[in-house]
Design a protein around this ligand. Structure first.
Ligand SMILES: [Zn+2]
Length: 403
């Protein structure tokens, strides 16, 4: 709904088969957020942020984190070994990462630099991957060629095209998006993280840190010792049939995670909830998918939309949050909370807007850390909600907060 939403990349694509990576979506938690560029780079934003901080409970703290999304592992600060091990994963016929001790929500479980990165296709070819591999050690090369290759026995997908050669096939199967440079977006292979299996109810989120040039993997919830650590390779707010179709197409396997292995009635209930979340997600963000809309059009659209929603659109956000909680899909929470913030901002309900943006910030800190562009933006809006360009666009009204 924000006019500054740039394009779908920040938001999970619902298009079937769009994935070329294990994770084709970047930053799911900022799916509905507007472009962050104007508020993440200028120094004055930091100044404004800090200068507006007060000691009131509804103002952001001066320290970067209130105990959410600690940059160091809270459960491993007194432990020298990593909180995971690579071991056989019976359900996948391969290996996976397993927690070696209890891990608390928001903890960084793994921080890893890519073995190498590559540009986006068509610049990326088997030759460019081979050239990058030639710069790696023999041990790294050996580990690389032991990784999964979902393209082993098939072509590139389009009729008449050449089969995908092994080095490129492994890259396409395992690479994760890791930011963009002046020459465009890049993806990289992470030798340890490549062992993380998929789950439709993941317990890890990933976020790329531009400063350290590393990928951080944080616990989305408390993880028990012995539990397998998993990411989601595809959007997981679809039904099991939709998830299965996408996973089969992109990775050639059928998921047997706890969400997919539910009994008939429980699975039907899960499908109903996830389908509802997807519908809400698309409805709430419908304006965000139209970056060409001018503010006037957005305004008339929102007015009309609010009229049609008798109880206010924030109710849909609250419903979505409840469904996310039931499905344990917390990595979408920040996005919906930011929507709640925007609804309140539209009608100058700054009290509730602050409550929503605080919740968005807390959720974002847990999934991507306090220094991520999204967390910094949320914190800035928490300190100064009037800075949002949609503030006061609609007649003044009082909505509700998240709780
Ligand atoms: Zn599954």
């Amino acid at each position: 709904m924000a006019t500054r939403v740039q394009s779908p990349p920040g938001r999970p694509s619902m298009r079937h088969g769009s994935s070329r990576y294990r994770h084709s979506r970047s930053s799911l938690y900022v799916a509905h957020t507007p472009s962050l560029e104007p508020i993440t780079t200028p120094d004055e934003d930091e100044d404004a942020d800090e200068s507006t901080v007060s000691s009131t409970p509804d103002s952001p703290p001066t320290s970067p984190s209130p105990g959410h999304g600690q940059e160091s592992s809270s459960s491993s600060t007194d432990e020298s070994s990593p909180p995971y091990k690579i071991a056989a994963a019976p359900l996948t016929d391969g290996v996976g990462l397993f927690a070696t001790r209890a891990i608390s929500k928001g903890t960084i479980v793994l921080c890893e630099a890519p073995m190498f990165t590559q540009p986006s296709p068509p610049t990326r070819t088997n030759s460019t991957v081979m050239a990058a591999l030639s710069q790696c050690t023999r041990d790294e090369q050996r580990q690389y060629f032991n990784l999964a290759n979902a393209h082993k026995s098939k072509g590139s997908g389009a009729p008449g095209t050449q089969p995908v050669l092994p080095a490129l096939g492994i890259f396409e199967t395992n690479a994760l998006p890791c930011g963009k440079t002046r020459s465009g977006r890049r993806a990289g292979v992470f030798l340890t993280a490549a062992r993380l299996n998929h789950s439709c109810r993941p317990n890890l989120a990933r976020s790329w840190d531009e400063t350290s040039q590393q990928m951080a993997f944080r616990a989305l919830r408390d993880v028990a010792e012995g539990e397998e650590l998993c990411l989601n390779y595809v959007d997981v707010i679809g039904t099991r049939a939709q998830r299965t179709e996408e996973l089969q197409s992109a990775y050639g396997f059928e998921c047997v995670c706890e969400a997919c292995a539910l009994g008939f009635e429980e699975l039907a209930e899960s499908d109903r909830r996830r389908a509802a979340i997807r519908r809400l997600f698309e409805e709430v963000a419908v304006c965000g998918n139209e970056p060409t809309l001018g503010l006037r059009k957005v305004r008339s659209f929102v007015i009309d939309w609010l009229r049609r929603c008798s109880r206010g659109s924030y109710v849909q956000v609250k419903l979505a949050l409840q469904l996310l909680k039931e499905e344990e899909l917390v990595h979408y929470e920040a996005s919906f909370c930011f929507d709640g913030f925007q609804f309140c901002i539209l009608v100058s309900d700054f009290v509730n807007a602050k409550a929503w943006i605080r919740k968005a910030w807390e959720a974002s800190c847990n999934t991507s850390g306090p220094d991520s562009p999204a967390s910094r933006a949320f914190k800035m809006y928490w300190a100064n909600p009037r800075a949002h360009e949609l503030a006061g666009v609609l007649p003044r009204a009082t909505l509700h907060g998240p709780d």
